[in-house]
Design a binder for this molecule. Structure first.
Ligand code: C2E
Ligand code: MG
Ligand code: MG
Length: 719
């Protein structure tokens, strides 16, 4: 410690030891005394003064603080200030800036009252300044954070019962954003009545435990708006250990609204999902079920079978399919309308459901087709009983809109032992068996046998050949003459189709007509026969051969052909020359408009109508009256048995008589013997056709035949 007047003062020692550098300046003498600490805080050697003048001292001061230091010093020296107390930056010996807090005052004055000696302390406040800076930085960061999340802060001082709210908190609660004190009960008063009790309770309990707590509640602002608030409160102590509460609030209204909106959206989405799921399930159900009967459809049926076949159990299980077809469904629709048809389908569905064994799958697999799949099939005997029961129940007439409705079913049954065949062929087998059942006369059932498949394959081959034959124009006509029963002169010819099969030779209709009918090409064959025979007919006339009449056979499908009348018209005028032979069953079965229209059109064109194979079907007098045919052709079977049975002869006679009463001419077919000719002449038959008189022959042969006939009759006439 040193020099001059500073050296002896104990109190200066005390100041030094407290880290305060003491200075003592006498402006009259220019003496500048500094304590050791004054040097130490500046990084100087004690006793070595860096500056000797005010100017030098000012040079070491931070440029920004120079004016302040100069001003304070000048005014102190001038006696304007009783003391100075300011902070400034001064260069430390090692080069960095240090903060100094300078306090001083005059201690001696001259006679004019002007101070000339000054004493003071310099305190190194660099560290304090640094922490102040730190605090400022932290505060700025905190303020930024609080403002970005819009958090308001409050503070309650227990000791002074004082409450402070920052501006943001005031804004959240809708209070004036100024310095006015917030009322003591501001928070309690703002609480929403529904949340009041809970919020107060939680706050009080936490306070008693001196614990921090979180709260969520609603407030009603002074402007009436309801806001959702989240708050966090912390119990703390201030610097002197007094308890305080510090809390933050943030307005969660938007979050709340968003979460409510989200919840609503979620709920709606869940409802929508449920609706979609229900719609999907319904669509799936619809895709796999028939809407009319509610039964599984073909897709479902196939899928169940596929699943079954992929199970290993299927290897050893005996399964069966009953393929059921409604007999004459078309007629039901025609007579009772579509609603009637639907009613019958629903009735059958009910019967099948009733009769099917447990575990069996009943499905509607087509318009009027049903199928039952039995994964564990019983014996053929039991299956037969089941089929019989179904057929029996389906043969019971039902009432529809007060009318009796009769219908029936045919059933094809196929059984698979183990997997032997895949499911598809089991269904195909049942279908083949059904086809057979229907062919055998409907209203019956039939089990699949391997021969059916061979037969089906042969039919398939035949079908292909027929189609090829049509394409290659292998079908042609032969003509069988018809004779007047009394004079035995020619009355007409019947066109009969033949097939010049390249491999099998000339084939007759029974060899291919049924297959052609199945293939739906019979109408096509009929059309061709009509065209060719009319052509031949005109050629004969051109050659001077007179043929009174040409008869052609019309199949069922041809009779239903909507183009028939137009095609008949396009043949040109043939009144009384062309006759159409219809099978009894064809026009009786079909009370269809197009059939009646075609018959009417034929009549209008002057064509004749004949009923072919009469006596083999079930034409009633009433239906004959309705059709009013020109001719009945008594079937060969009746003619054949005439000799063997007196009753048949009598029957024939009656037919002829009835025909004549109705104005219908009678032709006997299949006349093979002279005896038959005689008999038929005796009972009054009008015309005869048969091998006894002439066989079917090619067009050229017919020309020869007719020329011979003419020669014979001319010779007869000459005699
Ligand atoms: P259908 O119309 O009753 O024709 C008479 C059938 O009896 C012919 O047989 C004829 O050859 C045969 N026939 C004639 N006289 C005798 C006889 O004295 N004894 C025997 N045993 N048979 C005799 P075909 O030509 O085999 O024709 C069979 C059936 O095929 C025809 O019976 C007819 O229903 C049908 N058919 C023939 N050609 C056509 C056609 O172009 N279209 C249609 N849709 N059916 C035809
Ligand atoms: Mg015929
Ligand atoms: Mg016939």
């Amino acid at each position: 410690m040193k020099h001059g007047s500073l050296g002896n003062s104990f109190w200066k020692e005390a100041l030094d030891s407290a880290g305060q550098g003491v200075w003592d300046y006498d402006v009259r003498t220019g003496r500048r005394d500094h304590s050791d600490t004054w040097h130490v805080i500046r990084g100087l050697q004690p006793g070595v003064d860096p500056t000797t003048t005010d100017e030098e001292w000012l040079d070491s001061i931070h440029p920004d603080d120079r004016d302040l230091a100069q001003d304070q010093t000048n005014r102190l020296n001038a006696g304007e200030l009783a003391e100075v107390n300011y902070e400034y930056r001064e260069r430390h010996a090692d080069g960095h800036w240090m903060w100094i807090m300078c306090r001083g005052r005059p201690v001696a004055w001259d006679s004019s009252g002007k101070p000339y000696r000054f004493v003071g302390t310099d305190t190194d406040i660099t560290r304090i300044k640094a922490s102040e800076d730190q605090v400022k930085i932290v505060s700025r960061r905190l303020a930024l954070a609080l403002s970005s999340v819009q958090i308001g802060v409050w503070h309650y001082d227990f000791a002074h019962d004082s409450i402070e709210w920052d501006m943001r908190l005031r804004s959240i609660y809708g209070l004036p954003e100024d310095d006015t004190p917030v009322p003591r009960m501001v928070w309690e008063n703002a609480l929403h009545p529904d949340d009041y009790a809970d919020a107060i309770k939680i706050a009080q309990e936490a306070l008693e435990r001196k614990a921090d707590y979180d709260l969520s509640y609603r407030i009603v602002r002074t402007d009436g708006a309801v806001r959702f608030i989240h708050s966090r409160v912390s119990y703390q102590e201030d610097l002197i250990g007094e308890p305080i509460l510090v809390g933050i609030n943030w307005d969660a209204t938007e979050d709340h609204e968003r979460s409510v909106a989200l919840e609503t959206a979620n709920r709606l989405a869940a409802v929508r999902n449920a609706e979609l799921e229900a719609a999907r399930a319904e669509m799936e159900h619809n895709a796999l079920h028939d809407t009319l009967t509610g039964l599984p459809n073909r897709r479902k049926f196939d899928a169940v079978q596929r699943d079954f076949n992929t199970q290993t159990a299927a290897q050893t299980r005996r399964s069966a399919i009953l393929h059921i077809d409604l007999d004459r469904f078309k007629q039901i629709n025609d007579v009772f309308g579509h609603d009637g048809g639907d009613f019958v389908l629903q009735t059958i569905a009910g019967i099948l459901r009733d009769c099917a064994s447990e575990g069996a799958l009943v499905a509607r697999v087509g318009g009027d087709e049903f199928a039952i799949f039995i994964p564990d099939a019983p014996s053929e005997a039991t299956l037969s009983l089941m089929a019989e029961r179904l057929i029996m129940r389906a043969s019971q007439p039902i009432r529809y809109q007060g009318n009796i409705c009769r219908y029936g079913i045919s059933i094809g049954i196929a059984v698979a032992e183990g997997l032997g065949d895949d499911g598809k062929s089991l269904f195909v087998n049942a279908d083949l068996a059904l086809y057979r059942a229907k062919h055998e006369g409907r209203g019956r059932f039939c089990f699949f046998r391997d021969t059916m498949r061979t037969q089906a394959m042969a039919n398939k081959q035949k079908s292909d050949e027929i189609l090829a034959g049509i394409e290659r124009d292998e079908f042609f006509c032969v003509y069988q003459p018809q004779f007047c029963a009394r004079s035995l002169s020619i009355t007409g010819v019947e066109a009969l189709v033949r097939w010049a099969n390249p491999n099998l030779g000339i084939l007759n209709p029974p060899d291919f007509l049924a297959t052609a009918e199945d293939l739906n090409v019979l109408a096509m064959i009929d059309r061709m026969v009509l065209r060719k025979s009319v052509n031949d007919f005109r050629n004969w006339a051109a050659q001077g051969i007179f043929v009174p009449r040409l008869s052609v056979n019309l199949s069922k499908s041809r009779l239903r052909d909507p183009n028939l009348s137009r095609e008949l018209a396009s043949l040109g005028p043939l009144p009384g020359k062309l006759s159409l032979e219809l099978l009894e069953s064809n026009f009786l079965d079909d009370q269809v408009d197009v059939v009646s229209d075609n018959i009417l059109a034929a009549r209008a064109a002057g064509l004749e109508i004949e009923v072919d194979d009469f006596g083999t079907g079930h034409a009633s007098i009433v239906s004959l009256l309705r059709l009013k045919p020109d001719r009945l052709k008594i079937d060969k079977a009746l003619v054949e048995h005439m000799a063997a049975s007196g009753t048949k002869a009598q029957l024939l006679k009656s037919i002829v008589e009835i025909g004549h009463v109705l104005g219908i001419s009678i032709t006997a077919e299949g006349v093979e013997t002279d005896w038959q000719i005689k008999m038929l002449q005796d009972i009054g038959c009008d015309e005869l056709q048969g091998y006894a008189l002439a066989r079917p022959m090619a067009s050229a042969d017919l020309v020869t035949f007719l020329r011979g006939q003419r020669v014979r009759s001319q010779a007869g006439a000459a005699r």
